[in-house]
Design a protein around this ligand. Sequence first.
Ligand code: FES
Ligand code: FE
Length: 438
Amino acid sequence: IEGVYLSDGTKVSDLVDLENGYISARTISDPEIYQLEIERIFSKVWIPVAHESEIPNKGDYVLRYIGDEEVIVSRSERGEIYIVLNACTHRGMPVCRSERGNSSHFRCPYHGFTYRQNGDLIGVPAHREAFGNALDKNQYSLVRARVATYKGLIFGTFNEEAPPLEEQLGSLKWYLDMMLKHTDEGMEVIGTPQRWTVKANWKLGTDNFVGDAYHTFMTHHSAVKLKIVPSGDPKFAFYGVHVSCENGNGLGLIGGPPEMDIPPFYGAPPEVVEKIERNLSAEHQKAFRRLAYIHGNIYPNMSFGYFSWATEDGKRPGSYLTLRQWVPRGPQEMEVFSWVLIEKEAPDWWKDLARETYVRTFGTSGMLEQDDAEMWKNITRVTKGYIASRKLKFIYRMGIDRKPEQGNWPGPGIVYQGDYSEANQLNIWRQWKKLMTE
Ligand code: FES
Ligand code: FE
């Protein structure tokens, strides 16, 4: 039979009607759909796992997830980056049990097999007495992933056939260059990523960050009332462009109402601005100069936000880049990994302001974070029912009849004027349908 079917005979491609913008609620948290996503999306494409500044030294490692597979991301004695599955080839015990650290090798706590960062098995206790000649160490390496980096971001995939990372990123690269490498040394992660679980399907985070500027009017209205949004305009997220890129990637870039004074380059201090002006092209500078919010997603599950929020009334706004990964933990749960990054060369006060502003807005207990999670978990709760998941269709028609329009925008991708649109969300469903059914 042609096509991919669920066990009750439903054809997966019928759940997504891109022409009319109707998406079946069954796509959200059906367990069979979830399993297909793990096999057909998370096991097929490049997945970001860490930033190079998290493992700067030889021997540094962090534990991360490609889909729901636990992997060790490490820097070897020769400085290369490796990603291996955290499961011993003897019986499958995790060989690394701490979230991060520095070690020249990993020793399994069960029977003591010892591995290098690159996954080579180098030590077997009582090898001769136990195995004699029956075990060839070369055949027992940890399962290795392919590794690629882009502007400090580390990606991995277990798919030998995945096209090169840069092809997957497409025109999103232009925007990643702007966000991740606008000074000589680029961005660095402050501290460790915060982690928390949300009883919501991972796709709700993706859908929100890739294109949902519209929700800010309602969901984050309290942030406007409290003057965390400097313009005080509840439609603050409209004033920008909505950009769809290849392979489900997309973002929105927002300044403020036309008459508003926005500090150049997110209000960065002069010594950072000097570096930005030296590092970025004229087009990049034109795009980056008058922004206050960037939201977007690297398909499938790594979102980013480059935000500027008022701190205390009348004080200088704080800005930061946050990366947020929606790690799938089953059809109705995700674990959020949330990083905060700032320019490596920035003065300490600017870094401190970035961290404080992040904690207040998008950290674990951040006000805007809490606003969003409340929506996503309740959507997951009510749409998982038998009737809801069969009868309910989500409507994705905002901007469906609007033509792309480059205007003065200097960046690539398919550009729409005004960030209230669902073009990026439909773009995600297009990619989902392609990967799930091809
Ligand atoms: Fe790791 Fe046996 S499970 S050495
Ligand atoms: Fe939000």
